[in-house]
Ligand binder design. Structure first.
Ligand SMILES: C[S@@+](CC[C@H](N)C(=O)[O-])C[C@H]1O[C@@H](n2cnc3c(N)ncnc32)[C@H](O)[C@@H]1O
Length: 462
């Protein structure tokens, strides 16, 4: 997989963004070093998470880290038995790595989505919103590409008019690797300084709240502390695709009004190692129960789809009404799923729009994990590649006749497609004789459709 193995090492210092290290009461022996944390800027809000900075020097090297054992005595919000750095899932050991095709696609989706999400909520009656990341990274890639925290900061800076009108935006970034954390601070500071050159950044865009810590320990306490849970929160939980995100985090975020999560979900680790005791516990935390363990009994070809659907259901049970997912495949065929949870149909529509607006990214392909034939999606919508939706609608109509409106709702909520993909496809299916109208008149949302009946056999003698 060309994606993951970075080489460059950056050792820059200095920043103006306010960051702290929170206590790390995990089972890991390695630590985050808060000694180098920056002085607070004058207007920095009080966002110190309870706990102490760990004074030991940073010796953390992600790849050489010994596997972590579960500490059952922790009183932190989440007891964690993380997968660590994940057998079977390549992860970079360096603080900055190259931007693989998955990441390029993910960033495009994020950029497009935030451009819509921020004004929609700020104009929609909320005084403020919070964007939070549990796995922030270093904010920059080897080729100089922006990391997701920088993308988010730029998106917030792009809302100057709303900020000047008094709407507030908080940004929370958690990164547990000290080296990446330090670089992240520098990157955010550079963007902030560049934005302040023309005119000061409105005070309603708060200085990013940064923590060098395990997100499972500090994300929710930080959100509580800054009062974020009383307003919409968008949480991007972008792990390497191991078992790092406990469902309890999503469950807590779901209690904030109009909140959403975007989770990077991988299946390989659990498929390969899930049957071991420790991994079973990790899996239970990710899924919020043991239902996922059925995966061990399934044939190889069904495991991935089963895990993704079970995870979608877990997020729904955690409080997100609409959960959609997209599978991204790199050149090596390695899959990673982007799973989005929201309780608002408009949020779902906008995320679908963002997913479909992604330009073709060389080396990455997309798939709807729910498509039994595993057809590829051609983003940018090549009409010929509607196979997965064709199959989904056909399956729906096998059950009973449906209106066009019902099929649109099904496409939006249960497939990777958008509602607007349905009309042209239905026309084609009618033209090609796969389906027929049960109600007469021009095609509209109210038209009832059914599968085409068998054609009467023509007897050549008559
Ligand atoms: C996939 S990268 C994030 C990339 C970033 N979101 C972006 O798109 O630019 C995952 C990051 O999470 C960090 N990380 C891993 N486990 C973590 C944890 N439990 N808490 C906080 N950060 C973690 C890693 O050091 C790494 O920088």
């Amino acid at each position: 997989m060309k994606a993951a193995l970075g080489i460059a090492a950056w050792t820059r210092t200095g920043s103006g963004i306010y960051g702290t290290n929170a206590s790390l009461r995990t089972c890991r022996s390695s630590s985050s070093n808060g000694a180098g944390a920056l002085p607070k800027p004058e207007a920095a809000p009080s966002t110190v998470v309870p706990g102490t900075n760990d004074p030991t020097p940073n010796t953390r090297q992600t790849r050489s880290r010994p596997s972590r054992r579960c500490d059952r005595s922790r009183s932190a919000p989440f007891r964690k038995c993380p997968s660590g750095y994940i057998p079977g899932v390549p992860v970079p050991s360096e603080p900055i790595w190259s931007c693989d095709p998955h990441t390029v696609a993910k960033h495009q989706i994020l950029k497009v989505y935030l451009k819509q999400w921020l004004p929609t909520l700020l104009l929609g009656g909320y005084r403020g919103v919070t964007y939070a990341e549990g796995f922030a990274g270093s904010g920059v890639y080897q080729g100089g590409e922006a990391g997701s925290p920088v993308i988010a900061l730029r998106a917030a800076l792009g809302q100057r008019q709303l900020l000047e009108a008094g709407k507030t935006v908080d940004l929370v970034f958690i990164e547990e690797d000290q080296r990446r954390f330090d670089i992240l601070k520098q990157e955010l500071t550079k963007v902030w300084a560049a934005a302040s050159q023309a005119a000061p950044v409105p005070a309603t865009l708060r200085r990013p709240h940064l923590r060098c810590a395990d997100h499972a320990d500090v994300l929710l306490p930080v959100l509580e502390q800054i009062g974020a849970m009383r307003q919409p929160v968008f949480a991007f939980l972008d792990s390497w695709g191991g078992t790092d995100v406990p469902l309890d985090i999503a469950r807590a975020i779901a209690t904030a009004p109009a909140s959403e999560v975007l989770v990077t979900f991988g299946t390989r680790y659990l498929i390969r190692f899930g049957e071991q005791d420790r991994q079973k516990e990790e899996g239970d935390r990710v899924f919020g129960g043991t239902a996922w363990r059925k995966v061990f009994t399934l044939p190889a070809g069904q495991k991935k789809l089963f895990l993704v659907s079970t995870y979608r259901r877990s997020l729904q049970e955690a409080g997100f009404r609409y959960v959609t997912s997209f599978e991204m495949l790199d050149e090596g065929g390695h899959d990673l799923h982007l799973v989005h949870g929201t309780s608002h149909l408009r949020g779902l529509e906008k995320m679908k729009n963002a997913m479909w607006e992604v330009d073709k990214v060389g080396g990455v392909q997309f798939r709807d994990p729910r498509d039994p034939a595993q057809g590829l999606l051609e983003l940018g919508l090549e009409p010929n590649l509607m196979g997965p939706l064709h199959r989904a609608l056909q399956a729906r109509l096998t059950e009973r006749p449906h209106t066009v409106a019902e099929l649109k709702q099904h496409a939006l909520c249960e497939t990777a497609y958008r509602a607007q993909h349905v009309f042209p496809l239905v026309r084609r299916m009618l033209r090609e004789g796969h389906i027929e109208q049960s109600t007469p008149g021009p095609l509209s949302d109210n038209t009832l459709l059914q599968l085409a009946g068998p054609k009467p056999v023509q007897d050549s003698l008559f």
